[in-house]
Design a protein around this ligand. Structure first.
Ligand code: BGC
Length: 567
């Protein structure tokens, strides 16, 4: 099963955050026709699969993840015809298209919710999760003390019917009740609609949360927060696998598609296999977040402190997931997505953009799994220099700011400094295509920030430069897809070497070929001594004069090499 060839195992993916990718009608908002314009670029980069974030009708509380009609395209993003044309043009040049399927919640402006909140006996009431408040010391409080991912409680009071509805994201995103078979049926119809239209599968948003603890009992976590971040109350609970199996049998199995669930930071490899295992998994793969925060950004307090990568931890995480899932389930390979800060600022070094960026690409994209590049990663886009709370757009940041009781200006400044390092708004800045006004994204002022360095860091500046990061990304994917190496890169075994070395990440891939990938993660020289490997060929490297003898090699800052070695 593992070795069975499938298009989605051999694909090279690219995530498009629609609102910020390319604006075709000059209203300052990225749109579907903007993607159509950029298909030749994606093709040139070597991409064969794109994931597009939500384009459905939405009041945009969470930039489209709050959907008020699953069957309509939001006019800000285009029309149904635009989607159809995009699918056709992408398919014509060998690019498959997956779209976000947001199953966990709707917008509060979805007609189901508008109806549901009218009365307790409304036909749609049971589409959502409702509970009575609790009386504590004579005062009414939320049904439980569970937190929401976007700050505050995961419950919101509905005054008219005097009950609380559950919302683990924003209060404008009420959670659907999957215990109700009607909800499951409705959502299966939604999935069928888009599959019948020709999409090649789904990235399933927040899939880990479809099952909820039946018992509304307070969390016994004791953090300083008023509401406890006890995500296990609504993450990865066994019942959700029953729901997903029903989706698989009724919908997914009837199409040659890929389904990728977002399971976040909480799932173990065992759970990932329950989701995406060959034997019984309802999905094809899952995105976990384990490798996304392997640095000190949660501890930094002031700008004089620098971001440091914890490579030992990162290596353990890679080792765990690459080995435990091998031959049991498939997996995506990605550094970061639209919910994270930019890779270059997080794990790279903006002063050495090419070297650190090419090292990171080498380290990740030669493991087994399906690569997913996040827009702008290929040119080394960095975090935005946020300085003021008004510069942020994310509803989660705004909620956290409002819920914080700052005792001094210093505390507030610290909040902004820390948020700037971690915020997902970094990933949502406008894609820089060229050095013209508005970065070639639009002729009008974009809805969000363009990075101040866009005149030098942009696609046009790197496209024809043989020494650019973008060109290096092209080479990575050319090599990964090339014969006779493809089967080893895609399906070969993985073995990490020098596991306790805190500076170097080195691994072997083996099947028809034997490949050794060596990366120096830092800005210092390091010696590596691996004389037992005899080099047959240098397949890729980010310095032009790479050594071919592996005894006591001095690796230069961020040096990365892919060798074919003798078996
Ligand atoms: C998406 C986020 C979104 C949330 C709610 C996720 O995990 O990736 O961008 O805010 O789900 O839909």
């Amino acid at each position: 099963m593992f070795y069975q060839r499938k298009w989605w195992k051999e694909a090279i993916g690219y995530q498009i955050y629609l609102k910020s990718f390319k604006d075709s009608n000059n209203d300052g908002i990225g749109d579907l026709n903007g993607i159509r314009e950029k298909l030749p670029y994606l093709k040139e980069l070597g991409i064969t699969l794109i994931w597009i974030t939500p384009f459905y009708l939405s009041p945009m509380d969470d930039n489209g993840y709050d959907i008020s009609d699953f069957y309509q395209v939001d006019p800000a993003f285009g029309s149904l015809d635009d989607i159809k044309n995009l699918l056709k043009e992408a398919h014509d040049i060998g690019i498959r298209v997956i779209v976000d399927f947001v199953m966990n919640h709707t917008s509060d402006e979805h007609h189901w919710f508008v109806e549901a909140r009218k009365s307790k006996s409304n036909k749609y009431r049971d589409y959502y999760l409702w509970a009575k408040g609790k009386i504590v010391d004579g005062k009414e409080v939320e049904p439980t003390n569970w937190a929401s991912f976007f700050g505050g409680s995961c419950w919101e009071k509905d005054e008219l019917t005097d009950e609380y509805y559950m919302k683990i994201f924003s209060k404008k995103m009420p959670d659907l009740n999957y215990r109700n078979p009607e909800v499951r049926k409705e959502m299966q119809e939604v999935a069928k609609y888009w599959l019948d239209l020709g999409v090649d599968g789904f990235r399933i948003d927040a899939v880990a949360h479809l099952g909820r603890s039946e018992e509304l009992i307070d969390s016994n976590l004791k953090t300083d927060n008023k509401y406890q971040p006890d995500w296990r109350k609504f993450s990865n609970l066994p019942v959700l696998f029953d729901y997903l199996k029903e989706f698989k049998e009724n919908v997914f199995d009837h199409y040659e598609i890929v389904t990728i669930g977002e399971v976040g930071g909480d799932a173990s490899p065992k759970e990932a296999i329950a989701y995406a295992g060959y034997k019984n998994g309802p999905l094809k793969m899952v995105f976990n977040f384990d490798h996304c925060w392997s640095n000190n950004v949660w501890q930094l307090e002031k700008s004089s402190e620098t971001v440091k990568v914890d490579l030992l931890n990162l290596k353990q995480v890679f080792d765990k997931w690459q080995r435990k899932q091998y031959q049991k389930a498939w997996a995506p390979l990605y550094w970061l997505n639209h919910d994270h800060p930019r890779l270059m600022s997080h794990y790279g070094n903006p002063q050495k953009r090419f070297l650190s960026g090419s090292m990171l690409a080498t380290a990740l994209y030669f493991m087994w799994g399906t690569p997913f590049v996040y827009q702008g990663e290929e040119i080394g886009t960095t975090n935005y220099p946020f300085k003021d709370i008004r510069e942020f757009n994310d509803v989660g940041v705004k909620n956290s700011y409002e819920n914080s009781l700052f005792k001094s200006l210093e505390e507030e400044k610290k909040f902004i400094f820390q948020t700037a390092l971690k915020s997902r708004d970094n990933a949502r800045t406008i894609m820089s295509w060229n050095a013209s006004k508005y970065g070639g994204f639009s002729q009008s002022e974009p809805w969000f920030h363009l990075h101040p360095d866009y005149r030098s860091v942009n696609v046009a500046a790197q496209l024809d430069d043989p020494d650019s990061l973008l060109t290096y990304y092209k080479k990575v994917f050319e090599l990964r897809k090339s014969e006779p190496y493809l089967s080893t890169f895609v399906y070969g075994s993985y073995q990490q070497l020098l596991k306790r070395n805190p500076h170097l990440y080195i691994y072997l891939r083996e099947k028809e070929k034997k490949i050794l990938v060596i990366t120096n993660f830092f800005d210092q020289e390091r010696v590596v001594n691996l004389p037992r490997f005899k080099v047959k060929k240098i397949l890729l490297s980010n310095y032009s004069d790479t050594r071919t003898i592996l005894a006591n090699v001095l690796l230069r800052p961020y040096e990365s090499i892919v060798y074919e070695v003798e078996k």
